[in-house]
Design a protein around this ligand. Structure first.
Ligand SMILES: Cc1ncc(COP(=O)(O)O)c(C=O)c1O
Length: 278
């Protein structure tokens, strides 16, 4: 499965050349190629803006080419389908589709239910079109670029250029005195909330550190704080407040301490882990 855009690494887009090449490798080895398509519209617009040969194509044409390489996709519709909840699975393989549908009927209900009310399904159907609107996408990518620019001006290290849905601050660079085993990204997310009511998420050692067979921990290169921007919610003034909160934290950053994890589940620990400040 290929996730477009890359949520774990700065929200960066995936080029059409990469999508095509990845699909070829999968198919060479007889493996079905799936796309995690939840940000397909942002990815399509990035391709239009940045990739040679796509400048005159519509985002719809680019999305259609993207999906033409795939055997199926999953979609969390609360991203680029612009709805509050819901999602879907698409499959080109009829046999696999019949199998998945059978499972669905057993466990959840008919595919047309989607686990959702009919009005929510209709909202998804419309949102898939609206999400491709280029004026909306220009505004959307403009917001992340604006916030990343404000942070850069203030000397806050972050991934540049900004991705489509979020700005990713570099917590390791911002809090170099907190070693990775004490979770600098987590510490920064707590301080953002305490200082400014800004909710962000760590994508660093809590999410991605792995334990070796001998028990030692291997830490990821990047220790990021993801500030995802909900679609069609915030104004520029909200983004200014986020930048100002960072400014206030910078004044007292040496006093920010790390964390100790007091509980972790066996899988996906970043969803439910518990911590205490050191
Ligand atoms: C790339 C990606 N795929 C899948 C999901 C899962 O979405 P959901 O929580 O709607 O299942 C998310 C988001 O949270 C995501 O960012």
């Amino acid at each position: 499965m290929l996730t477009i855009t890359n949520n774990a690494g700065g929200g960066q887009p995936v080029s059409m050349a990469s999508i095509r090449a990845t699909a070829e490798v999968y198919h060479e080895f007889g493996i079905p190629f799936f796309i995690d398509a939840c940000r397909y519209a942002e990815n399509s617009y990035f391709i239009k803006l940045r990739e040679e040969g796509y400048g005159t194509k519509t985002t719809l044409e680019i999305a259609q080419e993207t999906f033409s390489y795939a055997d199926g996709c999953t979609m969390s519709a609360k991203k680029d389908a612009l709805v509050n909840i819901g999602g879907f699975l698409c499959l080109n393989d009829d046999a696999l589709f019949q199998f998945a549908r059978q499972e669905l009927i057993l466990r959840e209900g008919f595919p047309t239910y989607g686990g959702l009310a009919g009005r929510d399904l209709e909202a998804i159907a419309r949102g898939l079109w609206e999400g491709l609107d280029e004026d909306y996408l220009a505004y959307r990518l403009g917001q992340t670029a604006y916030l990343a620019g404000r942070l850069a001006e203030a000397g806050i290290p972050c991934v540049q250029p900004a991705g489509g849905h979020a700005v990713y601050a570099d917590a390791r660079a911002f809090l170099p005195h907190i070693p990775q085993p004490q979770f600098p990204g987590w510490a920064l997310s707590v301080e953002m909330y305490v200082e400014g009511g800004v909710r962000a998420v760590e994508l660093g050692s809590v999410a991605f550190a792995t334990q070796e067979k001998d028990g030692r921990w291997r830490y990821p290169e990047l220790e990021l704080l993801r500030m995802a921007i909900p679609r069609r919610v915030y104004t520029q003034t909200h983004l200014d407040r986020v930048a100002e909160t960072f400014g206030t934290l910078r004044e007292r950053k040496d006093s920010i301490g790390g964390y100790r994890m007091t509980y972790q589940p066996p899988f996906l620990r970043h969803f439910t882990a518990e911590f205490e400040p050191l």
